[in-house]
Design a protein around this ligand. Sequence first.
Ligand code: ZN
Length: 238
Amino acid sequence: MRFKNRFQRFMNHPAPANGRYKPTCYEHAANCYTHAFLIVPAIVGSALLHRLSDDCWEKITAWIYGMGLCALFIVSTVFHIVSWKKSHLRTVEHCFHMCDRMVIYFFIAASYAPWLNLRELGPLASHMRWFIWLMAAGGTIYVFLYHEKYKVVELFFYLTMGFSPALVVTSMNNTDGLQELAYGGLIYCLGVVFFKSDGIIPFAHAIWHLFVATAAAVHYYAIWKYLYRSPTDFIRHL
Ligand SMILES: [Zn+2]
């Protein structure tokens, strides 16, 4: 109770069952800044992978992954700015909220793309290369039809999409980097606790953003180290 009183001005009451949580102005600011500061590093990181690419397929994959990474932080930042400063424009805010949710599906697909595209997979496992994009499209259609209606179902979809390609990835012959991939996944899962704690923990959504940023950084590091960088290439591209 004392905890709640002390942090009252930083946090509002939890959202009603089918409504959305209304962040305080402090939380709005934290939500914007925690992802806005990552836009430039995401663009630079994507450009670096593109530069380290040796062939066309690596280049295309760097584009796909880079676009997913940059889109996540850009769309999230724009949505949180609109939600903070233009919340009276209900329809616009609603559209951006839908985009914020849709981009997560594409970000998950893009995060797996380098592993699925650049590593050798078995005949059955290789179907995950296109299936993951089908799942992202399915998630997008779900957001169009049922946005904010069944929050548990939405969370279930995110987790299913996050975990199912991992089953394929673990069947690869070359398992370098899979430990980092698992660590990143674990950080996302821990972050979900905060994603679901608006109105219970002050700045819960901004903390969730930090978990996303950390997990994305771990995954980026693994992709850079195990799929793109090779000692000779690295020196050649410097
Ligand atoms: Zn957010």
